[in-house]
Design a binder for this molecule. Structure first.
Ligand SMILES: *Cc1c(COP(=O)(O)O)cnc(C)c1O
Length: 427
């Protein structure tokens, strides 16, 4: 598989390099030079999730990773289902929250961990990352137990929910968690200092495993096929898919699924009040406003870092951006929508509710809609319980971690202290 840097197309890498490096020169994103096309999609759709995903990823990645090896990686990563639930006539939810950290990021995170383990060079790898809550959990669970890869996660002490902390600070083993006496920005600044320190970088093999890694996107293509596979055959035409979007990685993966042959008529990019993209599609002016906090906080992004990939794909496929529908939803509308969905018997959470609302407003006669549910309602327990006036029980995965002791180390926001720790603890 060949990929090029969208900013500097002359910079070309293979899959292994793209996975190890994450970003190209000048923070440019890597994009596949060629995409396969599946002329016989029906045959693919008839396969079970893991087997189908192996075929799709193997066609995209090519012989750089032997088929057997890739099959094992997919089987290790996709250990949970992505069921489709009918919410009302012609509208279905694709539930992507049945993984270990109850969010769709488990798909990409787990496959990235497998990919990195497969393409690593000799020597130690230390994944260092800062989290304001959810990413840390997905990274920790994805890398947990992998040999010769250490994970160090920094988070702001006392500033994430107890539940979030329990989810990734109770694992132990190769996962180290550090509660920093400071805010999220302080954590990010420490990570940046560590990456700027070449001696440290080499000593412990620093790697970022960030969300821009191509391996994540590739994994996410697979569940769009799974959604269509689960729909009744007569509903597979005139399909419209609504994606709750923050950094637009999830949408990019869906668009690639369409480009390689999945029959989807149109995508909808649904956002909260951080509406840079819907405004851009209306006015053709890229004009990010300061980020505002909303109920759907995983989508509080005003400069979506995957957007260049979306534009690149539209250009390459000769699709018009007019075909991409998009709208934003306020917090008040999100609450109203959660209640309306509950009245139909479906308990959702703010991110999924946004995708549902924009879909419902956009859908025409004769079309079938699918919206992505990116997190389990229990992950946003406090808002969901307040808005719906119900109790949301913890799923087993969360309840189990909730009972375990925290294993975090506390540290001041001081790079010298972190540096010493990394050099002595991670060997
Ligand atoms: C990360 C996240 C999103 C946004 O996904 P992008 O790929 O960044 O657009 C939506 N919902 C939830 C629950 C998330 O964690």
């Amino acid at each position: 598989m060949n990929l090029y840097n969208i900013k500097y197309p002359e910079e070309q890498v293979n899959f292994a390099q793209a996975v190890r490096q994450g970003l190209g020169k000048d923070q440019g994103l890597f994009f596949p030079e060629k995409l396969p096309y599946f002329a016989n999609v029906e045959e693919l759709l008839a396969l079970p999730l893991v087997e189908r995903s192996q075929r799709i990823l193997s066609a995209i990645i090519g012989d750089e990773i032997p088929a057997e090896k890739l099959a094992q990686m997919v089987a290790n990563a996709f250990t949970f289902p992505a069921p489709v639930a009918k919410v009302e006539e012609n509208i279905y939810a694709l539930e992507l929250f049945h993984g270990p950290t109850l969010a769709f990021k488990d798909f990409g995170g787990r496959f990235m961990a497998q990919a990195l383990a497969a393409v690593r060079k000799d020597g130690k790898i230390t994944i260092l990352t800062a989290t304001s809550g959810d990413t840390g959990a997905a990274v920790a669970h994805a890398f947990y137990g992998l040999e010769n890869i250490d994970v160090v996660i920094l988070y702001p002490k006392g500033k994430i929910s107890v539940l979030q902390e329990k989810l990734f600070c109770t694992l132990g083993g190769n996962i180290r968690t550090i509660a920093i006496e400071g805010d999220f920005d302080a954590c990010q600044a420490l990570v940046k200092q560590a990456f700027d320190d070449q001696e440290l970088r080499e000593a412990i093999g620093l790697n970022s495993a960030n969300s821009i890694n191509i391996s994540r996107l590739l994994a996410q293509i697979c569940y769009y096929f799974e959604a269509v596979a689960q729909l009744p055959a007569e509903k597979r035409e005139n399909l419209v898919v609504s994606v709750p979007s923050g950094n637009f990685g999830n949408l990019t993966a869906g668009l690639i699924a369409k480009a390689i042959g999945l029959p989807i008529k149109r995508f909808i990019a649904s956002t909260n009040a951080n509406d840079t993209v819907p405004r851009y599609l209306r006015s053709h002016q890229w004009d990010p406003y300061p980020t505002v906090a909303t109920l759907s906080n995983a989508m509080d992004v005003s400069r979506p870092n995957n957007w260049p990939r979306v534009e690149e794909l539209f250009r390459r496929q000769q699709w018009s951006l007019n075909e991409l529908h998009s709208d934003s939803v306020t917090d008040a509308e999100t609450e109203e929508t959660l209640q309306a969905m509950y009245a139909k018997g479906y308990v959702c959470e703010p991110h999924g509710a946004i995708a549902y609302r924009v879909l419902k407003n956009d859908l025409s006669e004769g079309e079938t809609g699918v919206f992505l549910c990116t997190a389990h309602p229990a992950k946003f327990k406090e808002s969901v319980e307040r808005i719906l006036d119900i109790e949301v029980p913890l799923p087993e995965a969360l309840a189990k971690h909730n009972a375990l002791p925290l294993l975090s180390t506390t540290m001041p926001a001081d790079f010298a202290v972190l540096r010493n720790y990394l050099l002595s603890a991670v060997k």
